[in-house]
Ligand binder design. Structure first.
Ligand code: MN
Length: 212
């Protein structure tokens, strides 16, 4: 397990930002807006990921990650877009069984989402070098078999909309990372599985699930 170079103080995540994933989670995307949760900054990992304790349903969620070069509160869409410094491919790892139990009991998601090594991130790519990220394909394969595929344009909240909305709750800072949600096809992985996650225009993220 390796820690990435990027120094972040906060990792924000968007829940249910693709309609097809909201539906597979049993939600109605026409009635429920996306929402936010977060992970501790030291959950960030590049390279192999240890299979976590206390779950039997450890699932991948491939996501576009946005790194902020500046921040602020109550940002307009224009100012929000100007905060984007870089992009990366990420995986929001989830103990799905603990999340299901938390939902059922109305409890927080921290143990399901914010555990050690739960935020995979690939190399950061400056926004100018990333091409048209708003029309990029996003996909994840496990042992060469495609599990998730979609396109960034399918996001319910666009990247500037996510940043603007998030800035109403928090004063955003340079270095903050945002995981922008996952398309449909989330599923469980096991020790030994090889994961390849890609977003068009960005360096891919490749890792193996290892014993902890
Ligand atoms: Mn997610």
């Amino acid at each position: 397990m390796r820690r990435p170079d990027w120094q972040t103080s906060r990792i924000y995540c968007v829940g249910r930002n693709y309609a097809d994933h909201a539906r597979e989670m049993g939600a109605d995307p026409s009635r429920e807006a996306p929402f936010f949760f977060s992970k501790p900054a030291d959950a960030l990992v590049s390279g192999n990921v240890p299979y976590p304790s206390l779950t039997r349903d450890f699932q991948h969620e491939v996501e576009l990650v946005v790194a902020l070069g500046r921040g602020g509160a109550d940002l307009s869409l224009t100012d929000a877009a100007a905060c984007i410094d870089a992009y990366a491919v990420g995986i929001d790892w989830t103990r799905r069984d603990l999340q299901a139990e938390a939902k059922r009991l109305g409890r927080p998601w921290d143990t399901a989402k914010g555990f050690d090594y739960s935020a995979s991130i690939g190399p950061l790519c400056p926004r100018e070098a990333a091409g048209d990220i708003n029309d990029a394909d996003i996909e994840l394969t496990v042992n060469g078999v495609r599990r998730q595929s979609g396109n960034i344009r399918q996001m319910i909240w666009s990247v500037p909309e996510i940043i603007a909305e998030l800035s109403r709750y928090y004063c955003l800072k340079s270095g903050d990372l945002i995981y922008t949600g996952t398309p449909a096809g989330v599923a469980a992985v096991n020790i030994g599985d090889d994961i390849l996650a890609r977003v068009t225009g960005l360096e891919p993220l490749q890792l193996t699930i290892v014993a902890r």
